[in-house]
Design a protein. Structure first.
Length: 483
């Protein structure tokens, strides 16, 4: 591994509880030497792991599900403490993840089977087989917003395809990566997974290492451009799942109450910190006010409170540094919008939860109705997303105008169409410039469906059959029988 000057690197990082503001822990960053030792072990592991069949790998990883289940309360509490997700939502994230691991470790994946192909020019003596061969060590750089689910959906398809994985989890939620490392240490196969958090200045060095054969990132557009540049420079395969500014297009014949409920749920899940959340509503002007009225009703149903209380549906942002960033976006946007709804958590509640108030990360729920669409605001919308419980509402007069608003950003992750006319809704959905579209509901991730975007929302796919082949090399073997 190439050396980098240690003077440019941070040596440690700290974690904080964003609900109370309390200091949690301080961890040392992994050094270049730590990373090199990890890669050496993962490389040795790959030499054995890659020789197993797909079904053998499934069988060896299946016990991890039970081990994860035994520790899920511990993990859920760590997620809640480190990034402010309500505890019962953290449990739900873990249950979804474990159900998905169980599926991946039992279901057939024919995409990885050897395919026999007969070309139109072949004689009877010629045959061809197409193989998917694992690449080697894959670097996974995973985020804090769904710390277990995001890691699971990257790690397990890569492992089952025959690769080994070095996970670099977020500095906000290191406990999730550490917990996964502990569980993998108990599985009856060694050196296929490791977790290290190193300073970002080492990232290119790690990607460039001859032992690393791919990188998977879920993160910001900025991080995606940087890591895809590194991957391209060093000819490494990459999957990049980046930001989203999903538009929910509401046609005049939509069922307004059900539509508002679906949009509110999408916008406020995980306290607004989801790449596929409803960031923008684009609504026919004839039903705009009715929709806003219903959105207010729905937003009022969401509850701030003790994040370990089952009734609490809203937490804080994941880190106090995100709060001024969100406030700056709001202060800019409100120049062009009417604030039709704003609700902050009760001051008494925040005070009762506080240990260090300056590091608490609560923000208000907001609905903004766009009133002025000039070039300055359009430029802002094109490249910015609210990663918080703030919803923007745009009106349109014609469907062409609505679709122009839907597609008028650099993002292209997901989106939704609401209409009673399903045939028409499908025709409209096909005009979205996005990787995923839902009709009369919000986009959701599922282990059986390919997940990913277009434009600045990313390259490649996670999950589904496609997710299993992203980090494989295709090899064609042609046989000519001589006799």
């Amino acid at each position: 591994m190439r050396r980098m000057r240690s003077s440019t690197m941070a040596t440690s990082y700290k974690t904080f509880n964003p609900v109370s503001g309390a200091f949690l822990d301080e961890y040392p960053f992994a050094t270049a030497a730590d990373v090199s030792r990890s890669l050496e072990g993962l490389q040795l592991g790959f030499l054995q792991w890659s020789k197993l069949t797909f079904s053998e790998r499934q069988k060896m990883l299946r016990p991890a599900v039970g081990l994860f289940r035994l520790g899920k309360e511990e993990l859920a509490k760590a997620i809640t403490d480190e990034m402010g997700k309500p505890y019962f939502q953290a449990l739900a994230e873990i249950d979804k993840s474990l159900d998905s691991i169980e599926y991946m470790c039992t279901a057939p994946y024919p995409e990885l089977d050897v395919k026999a192909i007969k070309t139109f020019s072949d004689t009877d003596k010629t045959s061809h087989q197409v193989y998917h061969k694992p690449k080697g060590i894959i670097l996974g750089v995973m985020p804090w917003n769904y710390p277990f689910w995001q890691a699971v959906r990257m790690v397990f398809p890569a492992l089952l395809a025959g690769n080994t994985v070095l996970l670099k989890h977020s500095e906000v939620t290191p406990s999730t990566g550490n917990f996964m490392k502990k569980i993998f240490s108990k599985v009856d196969v060694k050196h296929i997974f490791d977790h290290l958090i190193f300073d970002h200045t080492l990232t290119e060095t790690v990607i460039a290492d001859r032992r690393v054969h791919g990188v998977s990132l879920t993160g910001s557009v900025k991080a995606g451009y940087l890591l895809s540049e590194y991957a391209g420079k060093h000819l490494k395969r990459g999957v990049f799942e980046l930001g989203g500014s999903d538009a929910h297009l509401v046609l005049a014949d939509a069922q307004i109450e059900k539509t508002a409920a679906a949009i509110a749920k999408s916008r406020l899940q995980n306290t607004g910190q989801s790449c596929i959340a409803a960031k923008r509503v684009v609504v026919d002007h004839k039903v705009s006010q009715s929709l806003i009225d219903q959105l207010v009703v729905q937003f009022d149903k969401y509850v701030y409170g003790n994040v370990f209380d089952r009734k609490t549906t809203l937490g804080s942002l994941a880190h106090y540094r995100f709060k001024p960033e969100d406030e700056a976006r709001f202060n800019f946007a409100k120049t062009f919008c009417d604030v039709v709804y704003e609700r902050s958590p009760d001051a008494g509640l925040i005070k009762s939860l506080a240990e260090e108030p300056s590091r608490q990360a609560f923000v208000p729920l907001r609905i903004l109705k766009v009133k002025k669409m000039n070039d300055e605001f359009l430029k802002f919308i094109k490249t910015n997303e609210f990663f918080s419980p703030t919803l923007l509402v745009f009106e349109y007069a014609t469907l062409d105008e609505g679709l122009k608003l839907v597609n008028g950003t650099n993002f292209g992750l997901g989106g939704s169409v609401y209409s009673e006319n399903l045939t028409h809704a499908h025709e409209v959905a096909a005009q979205f410039e996005s990787g995923m579209v839902a009709i009369n509901d919000a986009v959701a991730s599922h282990v059986m469906l390919p997940f990913g975007g277009v434009k600045s929302s990313g390259i490649g796919r996670e999950m589904g059959l496609q997710g299993f082949t992203e980090f494989t090399d295709i090899q064609v073997i042609t046989t000519n029988r001589l006799n």
